[in-house]
Design a protein around this ligand. Sequence first.
Ligand code: AMP
Length: 171
Amino acid sequence: MHRLKDKIRDISDFPKPGIIFKDISPLVKDPAALKIAVHQLLYPFLGKKITAVAGIEARGFIFGSLVAWELGVGFVPLRKPGKLPYDVKSVSYNLEYGSATLEVHVDALTENDHVLLIDDLLATGGTAKASCDLVESLGAKVAACAFVVELDSLKGREKLKNYPVHSLLHY
Ligand code: AMP
């Protein structure tokens, strides 16, 4: 029996002094833990109207594509600038350590889509909120946001108060 928390490794002072980085590498390397995490991520959405999963580069791609596969829907990558080859929409935002931009292909989603947004970790919520804005800029709806890890003290959930938020592990 796995405790998923045992598979999250704390790395102090990465990528900057004062940050405790929650490393999901041990979790995704362990097949049983990975399976449990993916199923726990998606179970609230079984039977709900989800037409696509959007994953945030890069660790959101790991969980997002597995969840998309299990739900039988397509996967939409939300990427760092300059990576997507076709026309894009962009959004810039602040995160726990620095600032960033995310992009999506302009034809990745339509107003008919109900999107489950996935990332490994919710910290201040800046990344996830920007991702929701990006999805909505294409006319699609954000059905919910799901994370493996949530850092409760950073109150990211408050930025996502317009959406259902599902997190597996709280710190
Ligand atoms: P935020 O926008 O502050 O919610 O930050 C969330 C994004 O930054 C996610 O894509 C995470 O992968 C990454 N991130 C932020 N803080 C951490 C942390 N302490 N450990 C691991 N990843 C983090």
